[in-house]
Design a protein. Structure first.
Length: 373
């Protein structure tokens, strides 16, 4: 008889706290004790204050095979000791190694593919290895959630997973009570503010955002461009702090480092921008729309799901700073009421499609069904 424990594997406590806290509360209300397996950071104490046990599981986002073997062994030992009722995997390595170890121990596993990294899509040896690992990891999964149909179709077409194990989620969902509709202030007497919230990585479209800002500012438009986020030091796509500093000195962006709570910054913005190359479903766009802000994002996998083009914001071409600047220009030239209407439409869109309660309900059902089998 397995203990009434649900284990959650993730690459950081921060991600669990920011994106899964309400899911944890729902699981606890169903009578389970929750154990998080992740590298301990300053967010571990916040999880522990919720009654969550945090098991420190050091994990680097690199491609070192020796470190990955050590990580897999640690996953196995922890799951063997805990013998949970089910294992929930988030992010790539916990999805792969955690799921494989769960299967070896006859523990039902439920995974969430929130997006595919560059290494998976680019081809070559790394891509082939990742596909092989996912194929093994998901061979016996109770459920694998995807955040967009394109990623699900890719896994199905590649034969990585069977159709009956696949389900779709509306991203991570958005907490509509926390991200409430925020009144937008009239831009008279101030500049129209664009805001990008993302890790400062090339594939988030950061260079396109900066170049589009240069184009708009060269036209003497009454606009300013904010960037909220920090670079990931262990990510090959990271933008160097010196480059960011040069952008700030140039005067094309205002940079704010990572913040726990982005609501104040969304409230001060007129339009939230994310010109990413590919996503699962970007959480920041859901949060911005829930708060009643117009959005601009790339017509890329995952990103396009979060906007209704021409109703809640605009889609721009991927990797195209000129087209991004064109969409920004269109936004700037709209009457105040029209931009505000984009935000109101976005709020309704979030209520109808992306309510976090939909995600939590699907997880509760998946846990129940996996344990009953």
């Amino acid at each position: 008889m397995k203990k009434k424990i649900i284990c959650i594997g993730c690459n950081s406590c921060q991600a669990v706290w920011n994106f899964r806290a309400n899911l944890i509360k729902a699981i606890q209300n169903d009578g389970y004790r929750v154990v998080v397996l992740a590298p301990k950071d300053e967010y571990a104490a916040k999880l522990e204050s919720m009654g969550v046990q945090v098991v420190d599981l050091p994990m680097k986002m690199n491609k070192n095979p020796i470190e990955d073997i050590v990580l897999a062994v640690r996953f196995f030992r922890i799951l063997y000791r805990l013998r949970p009722s089910a294992y929930l995997g988030f992010t790539a390595k916990p999805n792969i190694y955690g799921s494989i170890c769960a299967h070896l121990l006859s523990i039902p596993s439920i995974s969430n593919v929130s997006g595919l990294g560059y290494g998976f899509i680019a081809g070559g040896m790394i891509s082939r290895l990742l596909k092989a690992l996912y194929r093994v990891a998901f061979a016996n999964s109770s459920r694998v959630f995807f955040q967009n149909q394109d990623d699900a179709d890719l896994f199905l077409c590649e034969g990585i997973i069977r159709h009956q194990r696949v389900d779709l989620l509306p991203g991570s969902g958005v907490d509509l009570a926390r991200f409430e509709l925020l009144p937008r202030k009239c831009p008279e007497g101030r500049k129209f503010r664009f805001l990008m919230v993302a890790r400062v990585l090339r594939d988030k479209g950061i260079f396109e955002y900066v170049e589009a800002a240069r184009i708009i500012l060269a036209e003497n438009k009454n606009a300013e461009f904010w960037l909220l986020g920090s670079a990931s030091i262990d990510n090959p796509a990271a933008v160097s702090p010196r480059t960011i500093s040069n952008w700030v000195s140039e005067g094309c962006i205002t940079h704010i480092h990572f913040q726990d709570d982005v609501r104040t910054f969304i409230e001060s913005a007129d339009c939230v921008v994310l010109p990413s190359y590919r996503e699962g479903t970007p959480r920041v766009l859901l949060e911005a729309a829930a708060c009643g802000r117009a959005v601009i994002t790339s017509d890329a996998i995952g990103c396009r799901n979060a906007v209704i083009d021409g109703e809640t914001g605009y889609l721009c071409s991927t990797r195209d700073a000129n087209d991004l600047a064109s969409k920004m220009r269109q936004m700037l030239e709209l009457p105040f009421d029209r931009v505000t209407a984009f935000g109101r439409n976005g709020r309704v869109f979030m209520q109808n499609v992306f309510d976090e309660r939909i995600v939590i309900g699907k997880y509760r059902e998946a846990i129940r069904l996996s344990i009953e089998v």
